[in-house]
Design a protein around this ligand. Sequence first.
Ligand code: PEP
Ligand code: MN
Length: 240
Amino acid sequence: MAGPCAVESFDQLAAAADAAAAAGARILRGGAFKPRTSPYSFRGLGEPALRWLHDIAAARDLAVVTEVMTPELVPLVAEYADMLQIGSRSIQNFPLLDAVGRAGRPVLLKRGMMSTLDELLASAEYILSAGNPDVILCERGIRTFEPQTRNTFDVVSVPLLKRLSHLPVVADPSHATGQADLVLPAARAAVAAGADGLLIEVHPDPANALSDGPQALLPSDLAELATSCGAVARAIGRAF
Ligand code: PEP
Ligand code: MN
C-alpha cells in the first residue's frame, strides 16, 4: 500500500499513484478526512478526494484504502474505498468500530500510538464480532520516551500479533519513524519480521506536502524500497 498522507489535488494524487503502481503496490492510500492534532492544520478535501482516489486507482488497477473518522461517514467512504482505515487516534472509538464492522468492507486497523497489543486485538474483536471477518492489523509505532523518532517502531509486535491472532499483520514504517531516511531500514526490518504487507507514504514533492512531508518518500525512493524489501522477502522464503 502506498500513496500520499493526504490527497491534496488530482495531479498530486495521480503522481503518487503512478509511483505506487510502478513500485508494485496493489493498494493506493491517501487521506480525504485527516485527523490532525491542530484544528488549523490541513484536514483533508473530503468527498472530492474520495472521488479522485477511486478514479485514479481504478485507472491503474489499484484498490483504495482511506481513513474514516466517524460512524456517520462510513457509508460515504465505503462507497469509494475498497478498504476502510481506522487511524491510530480512533482505535478506541467503539461506535466507529461497530460501524465499520457492519460496513461490508475490509478494515485496516492501525494500532493506537498508546495501545497495548491486547487493546489492539480487543478493538479488532469489535469489528469481527459485528460480523466483519476481514481485518488487517497495522503496527505504526508507539509513543515512548525517545524523542529522536516520531514514534518507536515495535517490530516484535509483528510476530507477536501473528502468534496471538489469525489476522494479517502489516507495518507502517512511515508513521513509525516520521523520517524519510528511516523508512527503508524500518520497512526491511518489518518484512524480515514477517509482515504481510507495508503501508508507505510517497509524495511527488515532499518539501511542499500539506501533511507528513518529512516522512514521505520520493517516487524513486519508493521504487528502491520495493526492490530492497523484495530481496528481504525472498531471503526468508516469502513472495513480495
Ligand atoms: C495516516 O495513515 O495518514 C495516519 C494518520 O496514520 P496514523 O493513524 O497511524 O497516525
Ligand atoms: Mn500520514
